[in-house]
Design a protein around this ligand. Sequence first.
Ligand code: NAP
Length: 242
Amino acid sequence: MRNVLVTGASRGIGAQCARLFAQNEDNVYINYYRSQKNAEGLLDELLGSGFSAHIIKADVSDPIQVKEMFAQIETECVGIDVLVNNAGIAQTKLFTDISDKDWDKMIAVNLSSAFYCCRAALPYMIRRKSGRIINISSVWGQIGGSCEVHYSAAKAGIIGLTKALAQEEGLSGITVNCVAPGVIRTDMTSHLSEDDFNALKEEIATAVIGTPDDIAKAVLFLASPSSSFITGQVLPVNGGQC
Ligand code: NAP
């Protein structure tokens, strides 16, 4: 049974990743920060279905909390075999209105968190000469999103981190890839009206808004034996948005 850590798994895409890994008979660690009730609800759901799951609180933008989270996990299991860096925040602002605080927080939660978690997960993976890291980027990290410059920069950073780390860890039997979701219906996009969604659909080849399940299936694939020859790649899951 593999040990899987999904960051930001209390809601949305992360929660669905946790469900699919649990259904895949992996032992799942559900990281949350603020949404304890959601995390507990998901834990009850998974344990109630006979799956193996745990919840673990940590602000993944804080290197000390990440270190403590991994220390706790390693008292319960030997180490993490599959790391999904999913935790993220978004903010819509004109570039000229982005404050230093906005910028620092965006980079800390969306990019530095992946650095801290990869750094903590890798020693065990390197010792075992196997491991999977899947980072969640965004279509905006690929093409750039207007009024989301700080978010787009962080998500582009995730792509750079993924490609470089894949090069460094290839001989250690560790694959590092990223999924770049398009527009997905979650709390993150709940501020958008149906008119907004319809306007976005015009930029999407399939004219469909994605679901957390669309992303979680791609993540599960990148953690599966079927993808063992894929590393350093960005898998866009966006219905054909460009
Ligand atoms: P969401 O529904 O808003 O959920 C965000 C998750 O991140 C929550 O579980 C939240 O946990 C967690 N989180 C936020 N800050 C955290 C922190 N400091 N430490 C630990 N966890 C933290 O968002 P989502 O739509 O599922 O997004 C998941 C990922 O996909 C993000 O990286 C996002 O950028 C990316 N993405 C989403 C879309 C989209 O259209 N939805 C598109 C492209 C990429 P708590 O509530 O427990 O704090």
